[in-house]
Design a protein around this ligand. Sequence first.
Ligand SMILES: Cc1ncc(C[n+]2csc(CCOP(=O)(O)OP(=O)(O)O)c2C)c(N)n1
Length: 627
Amino acid sequence: MLERIDAPQDLKALSLEQLEALAQEIRASIIETTAKSGGHVGASLGTVELTLALHRVFDSPQDKLVWDIGHQAYAHKLVTGRRDRFGTLRQLGGLSGFLKRAESPHDVWEAGHAATSLSAALGMAVARDLQGQHHHVVAIIGDGALTAGMAWEALNQAGHLKTRLLVVVNDNSMSIAPNVGAFSRYLTDLRSAPAYARLKQEVEQLLESVPVVGGRLARTVERLKDLVRYALVSGNVFEDLGFRYFGPLDGHNLADLIAVLSNARAVDGPVVVHVVTQKGRGYPPAERQPDRFHGPGPFEVQSGRILTDAAAPPSYSQVAAETLVELAREHPEIVAITAAMPDGTKLDLFAKAFPDRFFDVGIAEQHAATFAAGLAASGLRPVFAVYSTFLQRAYDQVIHDVCHQNLPVLFAIDRAGLVGADGATHQGIFDLAFLRPIPHLEIAMGKDENELRGLLAAAITRPGPVAIRYPRGNGRGLAWDGRLEPIPWGKAEWIRRGEDVTLIGFGPIVYQALKAADLLAAAGWRVGVINARFLKPLDTEALAEAARTSRLLVTVEEHVAAGGFGSAVLEWAAQRGDTPPVVVLGLPEAFIDHGPVDHYLALYGLSGERIAERVEAWLGRMSSAAR
Ligand SMILES: Cc1ncc(C[n+]2csc(CCOP(=O)(O)OP(=O)(O)O)c2C)c(N)n1
């Protein structure tokens, strides 16, 4: 069946039985592909019927389907002309794991971060109205994303504007981990009271059908209707905000979905359709372990075994979390916060050790930062472990709530640098540039997992806010010596000295610099290497020594060159005016797509070999200029 679906239009002629069969083919295709490529298996398996029903009832791309995050939209990809390329998912040059406007006219919105769909869809609906158009706009948002403040900002405005907008709440009671918070509990209550919901709907319909007569009687009838509505129909938060509410309905029942979406389509105003789905639906291993199958790497289809390399060293996230647990034993004031990423950040280890000192706030990075500020203002030592890309959400909170008040919040910035298969929306390559100008904030990154430990141990006693970065992926497998030795604050590490050039690396890229140094040394150059460790405070003593003792300074970082570590060194050098040339090696100012980190390091001249080539070219130019 899937072979015959080249565009959503092709779904219109299918019978219910054919659609149901197609759903199973789509599931098989998602499982087969993600088993090889890794990806968002669980969420996408959960929305297969919903996707088919939406494309059946609406006319994409005239009608706009706005998927929140876009990680649950593999079925949408499969029925919108990308079937033949689906096997390239998340691979270099292949389909993105999220939606991409350049991939298809049916992708009307790009995301990767949660809870942008409602604002975007409302913008599209208002633009439609202003331009005298009549199409439908549908946002599909998960219960997890509804824990984000941004979603509520949009609901607030949508309920006020009263324009035609359909919001599908895709409720599977899971974020990545089980969803948390009072609103999540509220949805559970709503789900478990279907009879009540049906009663409400029937009462509503009854009230609508009461004939209106003129004069005082009409006003009395209206008033009576209001009272009955209040007594029986009110109480649903969506309705109270001005939406019509349909649901909860079984998100795997195509007939119900098509019927209810068709009804909702006819409503001239904001509507919520509350759909209950199951994450991982149709693939037993994912149904059993929806959190592990949120975004696994490659897995074995038969057994559902996720193919991790058992011999691989622990991830940086794990090292950070274990170190925080160790520190928390000594420091009762340490508390840990995650914004819906207990597994990704490995703070679940902290949660296990100190359940009362751990907080999962939902997909609420802004709140997390200010919540941390409040904790710190009252004498605690909050650690907010957050991916670099998601910290972007909390920029004002970092500046205005944490740093302005100089509060000792520790930002443990995970996934700093290139991230690989998740691509452009998830790269952690901007944080240095946006954090560096903030007063009071200190910023450091170690070259390996041992230094990560030492930096965390040192950071936890600093008087103000600190950001410690570490990358995605596994550490280098260095043996931990068991002791937790704080790294001397603000001190870079001289690894080797050389008069021709000093390479100054920030973070694990120091190892690429060391490789480059070996290659250059083999070619006869005398090369120094500094492991900078600190961006703020910058170790200007080490820099001054390098400037005194070598002819060229080269900074290396896995971050956009604009505004990063090298920028800070350049500013220092420009102010001194007596240093040798400073060359900044970093990433271009670009949104870098999905693909292996090594590929992009080589492409952008940051692999050991490419660093050596570029430095040698500089040294060569300098020698010929001197001659
Ligand atoms: C701002 C932000 N923080 C964190 C994430 C990481 N993340 C990706 S999917 C997800 C869970 C989303 O849950 P939900 O909206 O219910 O969708 P589901 O996966 O359950 O379909 C999270 C936390 C993100 N994408 N954006």
